[in-house]
Write a protein of this length. Structure first.
Length: 497
């Protein structure tokens, strides 16, 4: 195989979409698999909608996901003169021509075709103009577009072997003479994309199936420019539960990579999820490390059928696809705790929860606490939200926890402070001592241990559930635990009032 060179060419008209991120991921994996190169090319020719903010967001999103590139970022506008020169070359070589048909003329022809229930395609009126007629129209200042001249003599097909779809063919009779340069002199995507791919020596074009309709036209341009046609692999689209293509306009921030970063997703966990929106290793496996995936990735394993992004807009339990959450939970539970700690540290600093001692004198405690509480968490954000009671005193209370395990037993107004007094009197505040004391006190009071255990959990952590309560108490520490138990009266006042 010749040198593998692939590209990711996003349009900077908004945030990095998860569909675009998946395209970048597949290209990156293919390049890594074959020791090739990934080129980042920003297609910024839509000057009215392209913004620096979008460019920065795309680059930041790729870097966050760990998708690196070997060349670029190149900007398409930097090569506008080359695009124009190639268009002129095509006209000069007889592969394209100037079309002076007005919009009104084309609309009339289209209406006639629709009334006759026929498909409309440009009829080649200006293709038949003589050189003298073209010169006369230009001299008169008549505006024109440039159309590619599709050779139809003898019929024939434009065919290619797609790495995903197999053999794809399209009759030349079904391809109209398409526009490659607008009337304002600006070349269209169809031409610019090909010219850029030729310059960047792209060997494989890996992109969504929504580009499939352009491929036959672009192959004709490659051939007309005397260039090698790259290999193509068209990925399936990602649809929502209503079988509509996921989009920024219809689905909002839920399809933005930035959303998952802000919600505390682990970068590779999101990449792992995106991988599965269109690719399978041939078995039921879902979790891959970077190295495992690079080794396993082949284009032929990309699915032919569209994938489903299982997002229910009004489901409070799943703020995104449940599989994405499940994969993120897996990484939270299994990643080396030092790696989790680095992500938590970054979030804590933005939340104002970080204590420098967590990196020095209290490092061991910090890591042990993360190990204890991570099992039930979904994202990195949960450490600062659901786990806040371990790191700060201004934590929230789940109303269900308070009502079920505190307000239901008015005696806890006296029992919790009494429990605090007993904890203060313990020579050693360790697991064995804490458990023994709590169970003995329950026996003395003639209640099930769960009354004290669950009551203490609600008071000390604000949560209905969590790790072993004895470990929780020891981890939070005697001073904080006893202070919180003595404030149980305030909890009754707040929720009963």
């Amino acid at each position: 195989m010749p040198e593998v060179r692939v590209r990711f060419p996003p349009s900077p008209t908004g945030y990095l979409h998860i569909g675009g991120a998946r395209t970048a991921l597949y290209n990156w994996l293919f390049a890594k698999k074959h020791n090739g190169k990934l080129i980042l090319r920003i297609e910024d020719t839509d000057t009215e909608r392209s913004t620096q903010e979008s460019i920065d967001g795309i680059i930041e999103g790729l870097e966050w996901l760990g998708i690196t590139w070997d060349e670029g970022p190149y900007f398409q506008t930097e090569f506008s003169e080359e695009h124009v020169a190639r268009a002129r070359q095509l006209v000069a070589d007889g592969h394209a021509y100037k079309c002076f048909c007005s919009k009104e003329e084309l609309d009339r022809k289209r209406d006639v075709a629709q009334e006759a229930k026929q498909e409309y395609g440009y009829d080649g009126t200006c293709r038949r103009l003589s050189a003298a007629e073209v010169a006369e129209k230009e001299a008169g200042g008549q505006p024109f577009v440039v159309r590619f001249k599709v050779e139809r003599e003898g019929g024939g097909e434009v065919s290619f072997d797609d790495k995903v779809l197999g053999r794809v063919s399209r009759s030349v009779n079904d391809i109209e003479d398409f526009v490659i340069v607008r009337s304002n002199g600006k070349p269209l995507y169809l031409l610019c994309n090909v010219v850029d791919d030729i310059r960047d020596r792209i060997s494989h074009v890996i992109r969504g199936q929504d580009h499939l309709g352009n491929t036959s036209k672009q192959i004709l341009i490659y051939r007309a420019l005397g260039a090698q046609v790259p290999e193509f692999a068209h990925m399936p689209l990602t649809l929502d539960l209503n079988k509509a293509k996921i989009s920024k306009r219809s689905h909002g921030e839920i399809v933005a990579v930035q959303f998952y970063k802000q919600r505390g997703f682990i970068p590779w966990a999101l990449a792992n999820f995106l991988l599965l929106l269109g690719w399978s290793g041939g078995d039921d496996r879902e979790i891959y490390s970077r190295e495992e995936l690079i080794d396993a990735f082949v284009l032929e394993r990309i699915n032919k059928s569209n994938s489903i992004f299982n997002y229910r807009k009004d489901d409070p339990k799943f703020f995104t696809d449940p599989k994405a959450i499940s994969i993120n939970e897996h990484y939270l539970r299994t990643m080396p705790i030092e790696e989790i700690a680095a992500l938590v540290e970054a979030d804590f600093k933005t939340q104002g929860l970080w204590d420098d001692a967590y990196g020095t004198t209290r490092r061991a405690w910090f890591l042990e606490t993360l190990l204890l509480i991570r099992e039930r968490f979904h994202t990195i954000k949960d450490f600062a939200e659901m786990g806040r009671a371990y790191f700060a005193d201004d934590y929230a209370f789940e109303e269900a926890a308070v009502r079920k395990n505190v307000l239901k037993y008015p005696e806890l107004k006296e029992w919790m402070p009494a429990l605090a007094d007993r904890f203060d009197a313990l020579p050693d505040f360790n697991l064995e001592a804490v458990e023994g004391l709590l169970r003995t006190m329950a026996e003395e009071l003639g209640v099930k241990p769960g009354v004290l255990i669950n009551g203490a959990r609600a008071v000390v952590t604000g949560r209905l559930a969590g790790p072993s309560m004895f470990e929780v108490l020891v981890t939070i520490g005697r001073a904080r635990v006893t202070a919180r138990l003595r404030q149980v009266g305030e909890l009754f006042a707040r929720f009963e009032g």
